[in-house]
Write a protein that binds this ligand. Structure first.
Ligand code: GLY
Length: 340
């Protein structure tokens, strides 16, 4: 047992749970398994470096890598496997991996027997600070990403920092992009914290937002800071720029847009460049080919748009969801970005 881990409580009444952050926390899982669990289905992917020591009968299910495997077919295969091993409503699913695993394992757990408990061992930075926390689960359809899903809260989450040393650089960069957004959601001085403290603080911020707005009828949307342009960049580059890196570019863009709209000063824009570019070494430029004419229709199609062009934008009052942004402002802010 690690003595230096951090624990963050997600406060959701009788569905509250702890998120443990640190090196070696996955070793804690056996102590958290409820007494009435007889069988465990472990859902993971090839190459995930964590193997769990579990005290009851269990079976490991590997799902394929890549978005095409984030599908209803995969969920159907998992649920058939759960049925074959005799998993009951009293038993447990454990997702071990990155955001794709926690989304798919969480959704399979949400629908099998109309809901089986699930725990997550997050092994990527992106899963630790975002995907594994807060109960969003789901899979893709050919019509779009994450179009079928459920809110299904885990009963514990273990952010296993030992796994970060084996993470491919592009996956680490993706996680850093999501981590960067938390610098601006709260007024916390992330720059003075070490990595474990930053992850725990990001989890704390997300936990508080989820506790206040589990179903995203209000402030949970603030977690989408940087995502409107980020999603458009992902699609425009055919996903060559992956999610977290696209979000990082989206953060810088959102700062420019807020400045164009008179919401923040140039100093605050510079802070965005300092965090995204200098602190995390991520690109702050639009990729070649991401022209205004390519990006604007994608921004307009954003599935979270409420009313016209919608962005999460910074202000002196903090982040806010801003609908009805004018095309002229969007173009002006795009023109302020470097293209590389
Ligand atoms: N990834 C954003 C959320 O969980 O609400």
């Amino acid at each position: 047992m690690t003595s230096s881990h951090s624990t963050v409580r997600v406060d959701l009444g009788d569905r509250s749970y702890d998120v443990l952050v640190g090196h070696g926390v996955a070793n804690e899982i056996a102590t958290q398994i409820p007494d009435n669990v007889r069988r465990i289905a472990v859902v993971t992917q090839p190459g995930v470096p964590i193997r769990l020591a579990l005290p009851v009968e269990h079976k490991i299910f590997e799902i394929g890598n890549g978005e095409s495997n984030k599908s209803i077919t995969t969920v159907e295969k998992l649920c058939s496997g759960f049925a074959d091993m005799g998993l009951t409503r009293n038993d447990l699913v454990i997702g071990v991996g990155g955001g794709m695993v926690t989304d798919v394992a969480g959704f399979a757990a949400a629908v099998f027997h109309r809901g089986v408990r699930v725990m997550h061992v997050a092994t990527t930075l992106l899963a630790m600070v975002d995907a594994a926390i807060g109960g969003k689960t789901g899979v893709n359809l050919s019509a779009g990403k994450n179009l079928v899903g459920a809110f299904w809260q885990p009963s514990a989450v273990f952010c296993e920092m030992d796994a970060l040393s084996t993470l491919p650089p592009e996956q680490m960069r993706g996680g850093l992009g999501e981590l960067a957004k938390y610098h601006f959601i709260s007024g916390d001085d992330f720059l003075s914290m070490d990595m474990q403290q930053r992850i725990a603080r990001a989890v704390r911020i997300k936990a508080d937002i989820v506790a206040a707005d589990e179903r995203e009828s209000g402030q949970r949307a603030l977690l989408n800071y940087g995502h409107t342009l980020g999603h458009a960049v992902e699609i425009a580059t055919n996903f060559k720029v992956q999610h977290g890196e696209a979000v990082a570019i989206g953060l810088v863009y959102a700062a420019h847009l807020a400045e164009v709209m008179g919401r923040i000063s140039d100093d605050r824009v510079k802070e965005h460049y300092a965090v995204v570019g200098s602190e995390y070494g991520l690109s702050t430029a639009l990729p070649k080919g991401c022209t205004p004419d390519v990006l604007l229709p994608l921004i307009a199609n954003d599935k979270k748009a409420l009313d016209g062009l919608t962005f999460v934008l910074d202000s002196l009052r903090g982040l806010e969801v801003v609908p009805g942004v004018s095309e002229q402002n969007v173009r002006e802010a795009l023109a302020a970005m470097e293209v590389r």
